[in-house]
Design a protein around this ligand. Structure first.
Ligand code: ZN
Length: 343
């Protein structure tokens, strides 16, 4: 990994797809091309976002998830044991939204490498530290119906094993940070402690690169915004899971701090982890100011050493307009620079 400054900047993962690649501002957009033209368009979009991130001063960059429609299904598409024609209507994230999901009908296997070509391409085009995001086992299980395993914990462990095969391959292809996205972690808090963290550690087993977990309150879409209104004046879900996560082998934990009701003091539970402080709200279309970003980091410094803090986005920026996302990245980079100069 290239050496990093104080308050390294990074993104939670996804960035908007340009309108020539996919329908803009949608979570499940349709591609605008197919075949070789689509592959080229995805690569062009990844190059574009590498450039935007580098110019913004983002230290640990991603491909912006330009190669996949959705962070969960993009991985599952290439696995065996899933019947995509057998759609089951399922309330996901504890019935926050209802979607048609595919069904597990046999043992989960990884038929081939899923994201290696994407990593190779991205790695060849940036000298910055590179992060790659994969869905976490619990979140996968909450986005698919089960007619084979019977217990979610067993299905999660099966997904964790194929995730681990994939992660090891991506590490060998030059990824510096592998981040597992587990938005389901602050929905099923008991399951997290019973089997969620064990499944996550299985997915990350044996990796020598940096490992991270992203937990969040979801994209800034209507269903999430409504759910957030029911969570009260302080969101303390992390209180239940952070102590257990702090004991895990995962090195970094991401949480959302900007424009959310998460008390930032909860990072006290993560005394052994690097903390990815969410300084960019994904539910607002107004870019933060560098001063706001710096202020959020300063707040975090009250509860954790500066050396353990990274400046990050609350969640993926995928559903936002492209120019808004670019403005937010610029603010993130500028805010970290501001604070570096001040401390
Ligand atoms: Zn998220």
């Amino acid at each position: 990994m290239p050496s990093l400054p104080l308050f390294p900047t990074t993104v939670a993962g996804s960035l908007p797809k340009p309108a020539w690649l996919a329908e803009p501002e949608k979570l499940w957009p349709k591609w605008q091309a197919e075949g070789v033209a689509l592959t080229t368009a995805k690569e062009d979009a990844a190059l574009l976002w590498l450039k935007v991130q580098e110019e913004a001063g983002i230290d640990i960059v991603t491909d912006g998830e330009q190669f996949r429609i959705h962070f969960v299904h993009g991985f599952m598409e290439h696995l065996g044991g899933i019947d995509w024609a057998k759609k089951t209507q399922m309330g996901i994230r504890n019935n926050r939204y209802v979607v048609d999901v595919p069904t597990v009908t046999g043992p989960i296997t990884r038929k081939r490498s899923v994201h290696k070509d994407e990593v190779r391409f991205t790695r060849a085009h940036t000298k910055h530290a590179l992060k790659f995001t994969l869905p976490g086992p619990m979140t996968i299980c909450d986005t698919i119906a089960d007619q084979h395993y019977g217990r979610r914990a067993d299905m999660a462990m099966a997904f964790a094993k194929v995730l681990n095969e994939e992660a090891r391959e991506l590490e060998a292809a030059g990824v510096d940070v592998i981040q597992f996205d587990e938005p389901a972690f602050n929905v099923f808090m008991d399951d997290v402690k019973e089997w969620g963290i064990a499944a996550l550690e299985t997915a990350a087993a044996g990796l020598k690169c940096t490992t991270a977990v992203h937990i969040c309150y979801g994209y800034g879409i209507e269903a999430n915004n409504k759910w957030k209104e029911t969570l009260g004046s302080e969101w303390r879900q992390y209180d239940e899971i952070f102590p257990a996560l702090n004991k895990s082998k995962i090195q970094q934990v991401s949480l959302e701090c900007q424009g959310s009701k998460v008390p930032i003091s909860l990072i006290k539970h993560l005394s052994d982890k690097v903390i990815l402080v969410g300084c960019i709200d994904v539910a607002s279309k107004t870019a933060e100011t560098p001063e706001q970003v710096a202020a959020t980091l300063r707040e975090a410094m009250k509860y954790a050493d500066a050396q353990r803090l990274q400046a990050c986005t609350n969640c993926g920026l995928a559903p936002l307009p492209r120019n808004v996302a670019a403005g937010k990245l610029a603010a993130l980079g500028a805010g970290a620079r501001l604070l570096r100069a001040a401390v």
